[in-house]
Write a protein that binds this ligand. Structure first.
Ligand code: KG4
Ligand code: ZN
Length: 443
């Protein structure tokens, strides 16, 4: 079935709900027109990690208000949107009128959408309430603004993924648009394909270039993978973590020393402070042998490209317990917290650097692409920059806003697929009906 496409570029509405960020973006070609993320991190903090059913509930609550913000930003007409500051407390009127079918939507289509969203009652309610606020003209403006819908279908937490998938299917059916199911990890790779201008809504058609073959290092709370890219959509998984992901190790070590989730930023601040004091000779200057903590570099010299961070976390646990005994306290003082964070970050960075370097050398890669929340870490960033300088290859790291989970990266992959001539799934077809969340999807 050919898709109705009044635009020269694909106009993509992209949705991402694989973990604890509800994110929706609009892209016109590779240009990001609207980019909204609602993070649930503070809600999951007390569990020390992401709690899947809480994530699902929160996605259900926030997804339609976020969608209305994106429509408001993107369409050439003021479209109703709740205030972004007020997103969580905002609920569209919960009364029977919410289920009234607006006259401009065919009854059969409305029933089909209700079936698609039957496991997401909050999103169903909010969507109909929202449609009832729109005029027919406004609905048509939205409908003709977009040419495709993209959604993350894995990997991630399945209850969370399902919210995005169901809403994306409902919208694809509502607007008669093709649906592109996207791999979240491919999104992290594609997140380097934008420029600062693109996220500030300045027009640009210049797509940052990747020289193939390239190596992608994906480091997040859920993944640690080294991938060889021979071209776009041509991936060879070289290695991955056999247990915890690197971000997960950061989060667990942070929890161990009483820091809130997500722990990466806090650990990295402590480590930076330690390094700075060592350089300036403030605090005690320690020589290598007298370091307060010495941690292992797991799997540093194995011949494969796999990682293991669970043992490192256990090593931290024992080292901290030993230090409690030495200090006669059940808590680490600031100096020891900083020293521990720095040694932990050194261990992680050394292993990441070593394996990445080998992967580049063995594949003859001309470009290193790094994605995932952990590359927000300045120490790992600068270490990788130095590595690429020493090997004389290009390095692409997404701008800060696109390092953590977001929907723009999902839209970027869909855009590449559309440029490659790929068609999406069409409502009513078996492939559309069969689309499912795949928590363990690999590249
Ligand atoms: O990509 P992301 O937003 O979500 C997942 O798909 O997991 O990554 C989140 C992870 C968390 O584990 C968080 O602690 C880590 O990225 N992270 C960091 C830093 N900022 C976020 N880890 C180390 N240093 C940072 N500055
Ligand atoms: Zn991610």
């Amino acid at each position: 079935m050919p898709s109705h496409n009044p635009h020269t570029k694909a106009h993509i509405l992209a949705i991402e709900t694989s973990c604890d960020e509800t994110a929706i973006s609009a892209l016109f070609g590779m240009e990001i027109k609207s980019h909204h993320i609602h993070s649930q991190a503070s809600l999951h903090a007390e569990y020390g990690g992401v709690f899947p059913n809480l994530a699902k509930r929160e996605h259900g609550k926030n997804i339609i208000p976020l969608l209305s913000l994106v429509f408001h930003d993107t369409c050439d007409s003021p479209i109703y949107a709740p205030s972004s500051n007020n997103l969580i407390s905002h609920t569209l009127q919960a009364d029977e009128s919410a289920y009234t079918i607006p006259s401009y939507i065919h009854q059969d289509k409305a029933e089909y959408i209700k079936t698609i969203l039957h496991r997401e009652p909050q999103a169903l309610h909010d969507l109909f309430a929202y449609l009832n606020i729109l005029s027919e003209d406004q609905f048509n403006i939205i409908k003709t603004t977009f040419t495709a819908i993209a959604v993350t279908y894995g990997p991630g937490l399945e209850p969370a993924l399902w919210v995005g998938i169901s809403v994306a299917k409902a919208l694809a059916a509502l607007f008669d648009l093709p649906l592109y199911p996207i791999n979240h990890m491919e999104g992290h790779i594609a997140s380097v394909l934008t420029t600062p201008e693109a996220t500030s809504n300045i027009h640009t058609d210049t797509v940052p270039h990747i020289n193939f073959p390239a190596i992608a290092l994906l480091i997040s709370g859920g993944h640690t993978e080294i991938i060889e890219l021979t071209n776009w959509h041509a991936y060879i998984l070289l290695g991955k973590t056999v247990d915890d992901a690197v971000g997960e190790a950061y989060d667990k070590v942070a929890r161990l020393i009483g820091l809130p989730y997500p722990g990466g930023p806090a650990i990295s601040r402590l480590a930076a402070s330690y390094r700075q004091k060592q350089e300036l000779n403030i605090d005690r200057k320690v020589c290598e042998a007298d370091k307060p903590f010495i941690l292992p570099r797991p799997m540093l010299h194995t011949k494969d490209f796999n990682f293991s961070f669970s043992g490192l976390k256990t090593a931290v646990l024992y080292a901290v317990k030993k230090k409690y005994e030495e200090l006669g306290s059940q808590e680490l003082d600031q100096y020891h917290k900083e020293a521990l964070a720095s040694e932990f970050e050194d261990a992680v960075t050394e292993v990441l650097l070593h394996k990445t370097k080998r992967a580049i050398e063995e594949t003859g890669a001309k470009h290193l692409v790094i994605g995932g929340g952990v590359i927000a870490n300045t120490y790992i960033r600068s270490s990788m920059t130095k590595l690429c300088q020493s090997l004389d290859i290009a390095l692409s790291i997404p701008e800060f806003e696109l390092t953590t989970d977001n929907a723009s990266m999902i839209g970027l992959v869909a855009c590449l697929q559309i440029q490659n001539g790929k068609d999406g799934l069409h409502s009513g077809t078996a492939a559309f009906e069969d689309l499912k969340a795949d928590g363990n999807l690999s590249l």
